[in-house]
Design a protein around this ligand. Structure first.
Ligand code: AVJ
Length: 327
């Protein structure tokens, strides 16, 4: 091929290469410029996201926590834990602060299952492993570091037991809608009849409540976005002048898309790899979508991707939905 030979890819601890440089260059060559939010989560990004989850404005975590703490038995019912032994695979597990409640409950019920957290952050996975060894010493755990489908494939190779997939926290909202549809379709193709998925959807609600969750006054979300520029500087030896970019958040109540941008505060340039990128004054770099859904939206997504929705659990305010679909 004729591809250039800048190979500043990240070698993760399990040997899986993440194409950070390639993806950053591709995104900055697009119009409008775009950086992928999956790269927010380096060590500092993990910390900042934990700070976001602790903010009063960021209701999502507490809503889903309400479900995991107070409706644990219903969740267990939704994944039909009484049936057969299964692998409980969590996509983007992070610190698993919500799912531990389910893990503990399943253990108390004497359920035969193995917990397989998947995350792109090896850093957060090793912390999770430590925590689980300490708090749930009898739990059977297998951590998988990498991208969702690579690791799902690996999980299938490790065992042929029934699968229960957790995709929580409205992580699905980080995909453009068409990508989310494609993702669910792909997920269905990778599962067998009778496997179950539990997906967290942040629901459409009063628009300012949503906007405030992503536009906090202390600027934690701004730092979370700007950290990606810092990360590119650190890991790809780039030279973004980070304080010359400003975080800007929007929520469109029609489409349900909450989107973040970094706005270039002046005309400037940045060098990444061997490429120079020009930013005009007020030029937006599109960073992240956090899509919001109605119950109908989620049901449509299930049926269009070949799943059968069989259960819905909401938090007490009806702000967040955990949907259960059967393959
Ligand atoms: C981790 C994808 C659920 O979109 O709500 C939080 C990430 N971005 N604040 C979300 C995020 C800005 C978060 N998810």
């Amino acid at each position: 091929t004729t591809t250039t030979a800048i190979d500043e890819n990240i070698e993760t601890t399990n040997g899986k290469t993440v194409h950070f440089m390639e993806d950053v260059l591709a995104g900055l060559n697009r119009s409008p410029k775009h950086l992928e939010s999956k790269y927010f989560y380096d060590q500092l990004g993990d910390r900042l996201f934990q700070q976001i989850m602790a903010m009063p404005e960021y209701y999502l975590t507490r809503c889903e926590m309400d479900i995991f703490e107070n409706k644990t038995a219903e969740i267990a019912q939704g994944i039909r834990s009484a049936d057969t032994p299964f692998d409980l695979i969590e996509l983007g597990a992070g610190d698993a602060s919500k799912s531990v409640h389910l893990l503990q409950y399943l253990q108390e019920q004497g359920t035969d299952f193995r917990y397989m957290p998947i995350d792109i952050s090896g850093n957060i996975l090793s912390e999770l492993k430590q925590k689980l060894i300490r708090d749930l010493p009898d739990l059977n755990v297998e951590c998988l570091e990498g991208e969702y489908f690579d690791m799902l494939y690996k999980a299938s190779q490790l065992s042929s037991r029934r699968k229960v997939i957790l995709f929580l926290g409205s992580n699905i909202g980080n995909m453009e809608l068409e990508d989310a549809y494609r993702f669910c379709f792909e997920l269905r193709k990778n599962l067998n009849k009778g496997d179950v998925v539990m997906i967290g959807f942040d629901l459409k609600k009063e628009p300012n409540t949503i906007l405030n969750a992503y536009n906090d006054p202390k600027g934690v979300t701004a730092s979370f976005n700007l950290n990606l520029l810092e990360r590119i500087n650190r890991e790809l030896d780039a030279d973004f002048v980070v304080d010359q970019f400003e975080h800007y958040e929007t929520y469109d109540p029609l489409s349900g898309a909450c989107r973040s941008y970094l706005i270039s505060l002046k005309e400037q340039q940045a060098t990444v790899g061997n490429q120079v990128f020009h930013f005009s004054e007020n030029e937006p770099v599109y960073m992240e979508v956090s899509q919001k859904f109605s119950l109908e939206d989620s049901r449509k997504m299930a049926s269009q991707s070949g799943f059968e929705p069989h259960k819905s659990i909401m938090d007490s305010r009806g702000w967040f939905l955990d949907a259960f679909w059967t393959a």
